[in-house]
Design a protein around this ligand. Sequence first.
Ligand code: SPV
Ligand code: MG
Length: 301
Amino acid sequence: MTHTTDSAAGRLLAALRAPRLARAMGAHNPLSARLAEETGFDVIWSSGLEISAAAGVPDANILAMPECLDTAASLTAAVDVPVLADCDSGFGNVNNVIHMVRSYEARGVAGVCIEDKQFPKLNSFVEGNQDLAPLDDFAGKIRAAVDVRRELVVVARLEALISGLGMDEALRRAEVYERAGADALLIHSKRDDPDEVFAFREAYDGDLPVIVVPTTYNSVTADELQSRGFAMAIYANQALRSSVRAMRHTLTRIMQDGTTHHVEDELAPLKELFDLQRMPQMLDQQSRYEALGRELAEAAR
Ligand code: SPV
Ligand code: MG
């Protein structure tokens, strides 16, 4: 597959193959994606957990593919950095994956990530059914995804360590997904130290970039991940979690104080919202086209 370096998919692949660790930030709407872009993150992760949480439902394939796609596409439209979409286990079987790949690519998303769990999937940090899909089923999904995509980056996410099947199973699957044609691997772990993802990176001797999601092993640094040879770190949900904490704090203060006066200094000024909404650009374009319209009308007199 040839990627043009200026396409979203090409830029995502270049970020994954660069020697520097790429950093992705989870988002669930264009506002959060713009905040991540403005902060300097290389990639936006269209997070299934965040999208579900924002909709007030569990991260368990309660939302359907078009709802996740609409969000990923809205992030894509709002930022210039590439968007990697969390597509759970592909929203069904291989036919769903084929439809999913075509749909995401048509909306300009840079890449999709599918995980080797069964449908419906359950968030990896929740106790419950974390059983893996049969290896042949998932390898077929990866091959189908790369067969039908034009440029879209296809990431194969390994859940063997989450499901308790261990390192050998993770490595065996990594090799098969690489042969199936995946562009990158994501090794997921729920340990509170990074030892098992380090061990995976060291033992994996294939050629694919390896992505990690340091949610629970949160003391690891970007420098450490880069020196261990990882391609990208996804900070999948910290932005949403910080906003939940901030909103609760503000709401509680308003309820207790009977006024917003004491929290005002802690809030983003309205101007910051207007800037994030691109209000100044809208007013500029309006006056420019109103003036141009007047000129055109006058020329016809
Ligand atoms: C997500 O952000 O939805 C992810 C990452 O899949 S995690 O929740 O860490 O499994
Ligand atoms: Mg997810």
